[in-house]
Design a binder for this molecule. Structure first.
Ligand SMILES: NC(=O)C1=CN([C@@H]2O[C@H](COP(=O)(O)OP(=O)(O)OC[C@H]3O[C@@H](n4cnc5c(N)ncnc54)[C@H](O)[C@@H]3O)[C@@H](O)[C@H]2O)[C@@H](O)CC1
Ligand SMILES: [K+]
Length: 513
């Protein structure tokens, strides 16, 4: 699903109005009717007090239409207009009149006015600012937002939590509404998925408002949200007349004394993801544990007991997963340099191999095009330098990925894959997966998909999806705390099967409840 920037969302609006021959207030009515339906389905006419805080732009206009519809259905409402500008939008004014026609008189709040009383049982509708925010809210508006946040009432934000910009980082956390629920119009917003801004939307949901499909299909998006529909179309079925050679040979190079388990996890994950053959290249000390714990994998040992000292093998792998548990010993650095200077096989680079590369930036030019780098935040910082906010992080990582023609994975709650200037935002996974070895599993999975002939971008995005989904399925059985990397591997098969699971009627019902 496409994630658009603010300018593109306004374009989508314009195209919808032109092509469907409707007025902008009809589109607003349509949007607010979806808000109303969502609330009405859940509240069923309950006598709870709904306090609507509306700005003076179209986000506020949505709030006013919602207020009118709620009032029509007998809900108890208090409408407040946060009167932060004289430049009221046309559709705001139109709907203010419509509300007054129904004898609803909003309470206008200006800089010196007292803040309305909010009980914790009330429901707050936050329609102060939407995607039109272009500078930080004034201090007195910030005070209102703080008042909403301190109220302990349930906060439902219209489109986005007020105070967030759509395309840049906020300056002051105090001036942002903390939403329990965001109801956003049709298109997901990048801010829902970034750590600094995602925290303001506890839950978000999209409401279809029938935006012009021709425009949406044609528009070039910088970010894409990845769910089941996106990855399913890439799935390569197993052929009847195939053999293990058809599905590639993965080589996992890594390990050092005390860190053989990392290679074991990556190799196991690689096999479970469907790689035809998997060979592990490890220091001698890992030979027996590897062979014992994972009989399906083949093992090549380095000449050194406790670390990788020379990367030499006589097989021709399809792809190499490199760096897991490898350490940063001088001999290993030298081995890595020698290996990279001649290697032409695509790589998936993780962990200490990334740290070594950060210290020896000249290695970067030796990495084959479209190889995959999977840094966690600290490793990423070593590679690209520090950043002042999430948006700068994305820009820097993107520039880095373009410069070296590599795929860069920014790991996090919503892992983002960057390739050729575009970002792919993952939707699966859970906090239980922040556990030792989880990253090793991911590296093994990406390697396993490349081995089977997926191009490296699809392999990466697909593996990240499956990795998160495996974690989500595993957590249903063991809970967040007990989730281990091995458990994630155990559920890779279920994550594949889940791709083809048709949602049952009972599940669908749950979704709408
Ligand atoms: N794009 C869509 O799909 C639709 C959008 N609609 C609504 O329209 C919203 C966007 O409306 P607007 O563009 O009117 O903008 P907003 O309502 O988000 O903001 C209000 C206006 O205040 C001004 N402003 C910005 N920052 C300010 C600040 N710090 N202090 C004082 N004034 C400030 C700006 O001129 C801005 O246009 C969306 O978020 C959504 O809620 C819906 O009505 C219909 C469909
Ligand atoms: K809002």
């Amino acid at each position: 699903m496409k994630i658009l920037n603010a300018q593109q969302i306004y374009e989508a609006d314009k195209n919808t109005i032109a092509n469907q021959q409707i007025t902008s207030d009809e589109l607003m009515e349509r949007a607010a009717t979806q808000l109303f339906n969502w609330m009405h389905l859940r509240l069923q006419g309950a006598p709870v007090k709904i306090q609507l805080f509306c700005g003076i732009g179209n986000n506020g206009g949505d709030g006013l239409v919602l207020a009118r519809q709620l009032q029509k259905h007998g809900y108890l409402i208090n409408v407040h207009v946060v009167n932060y500008s004289e430049n009221r939008s046309h559709d705001f004014l139109l709907n203010l009149d419509r509300l007054k026609e129904r004898k609803v008189w909003p309470n206008f709040i200006g800089p010196k006015d007292e803040l309305p009383k909010i009980d914790k049982e009330d429901i707050i509708v936050d329609a102060i600012f939407g995607i039109g925010l272009n500078r930080a809210p004034d201090d007195w508006v910030t005070e209102i937002i703080k008042h909403l946040n301190n109220s302990k009432a349930f906060v439902l934000s219209v489109d986005i939590p007020s105070g967030l910009f759509v395309d840049k980082a906020p300056e002051n956390g105090d001036s942002i509404v903390r939403a329990n629920q965001v109801l956003s119009f049709q298109l997901p917003k990048l801010i829902f998925f970034l750590p600094q801004t995602g925290i303001y939307s506890n839950q978000w949901e999209l409401l279809d408002i029938g935006l012009d499909q021709v425009y949406l299909n044609a528009v070039e998006n910088e970010y894409e949200l990845i769910g089941k529909n996106e990855v399913l179309q890439w799935y390569k079925p197993r052929e009847k007349f195939s053999h293990k050679g058809t599905y590639g040979h993965s080589l996992i190079i890594g390990g050092s004394y005390g860190k053989i388990g990392a290679v074991l996890l990556a190799s196991d994950a690689c096999l479970n993801t469907g790689s035809g053959l998997v060979t592990a290249y490890i220091p001698t000390c890992g030979y027996i544990p590897m062979q014992t714990a994972l009989p399906e994998a083949m093992v090549i040992t380095d000449s050194t007991e406790k670390m990788v000292s020379k990367i030499q093998f006589d097989i021709i792998p399809t792809v190499i997963g490199l760096g897991i548990g490898i350490g940063q010993n001088e001999v290993t650095v030298k081995a890595l340099k020698e290996f990279l200077s001649t290697n032409k096989i695509p790589l998936v680079i993780d962990a200490d191999a990334l740290n070594i590369i950060s210290k020896h930036k000249e290695f970067l030019k030796m990495i084959p095009a479209k190889s995959v780098l999977t840094p966690h935040p600290r490793e990423l910082e070593r590679l690209i330098g520090s950043w002042k906010d999430d948006f700068e992080k994305l820009e820097k990582a993107k520039a880095f990925s373009i410069k070296f023609n590599l795929i860069v994975v920014i790991k996090g709650a919503h892992t983002i894959t960057l390739c050729d200037g575009k970002g792919y935002v993952n939707t699966t996974g859970n906090p239980g997966m922040a556990t030792a070895g989880s990253g090793d599993v991911l590296t093994g999975m990406i390697t396993g998909l490349i081995a089977q002939g997926y191009d490296s971008l699809r392999a990466t995005v697909f593996a990240i999806y499956l990795h998160g989904r495996s974690g989500d399925l595993a957590v249903e059985k063991c809970g967040y705390q007990a989730l281990t990397a091995s458990e994630i591997i155990d559920f890779i098969g279920d994550a594949f099967l889940d791709l083809f699971k048709v949602q049952e009627v009972s599940d669908l019902k749950e979704d709408t409840e």
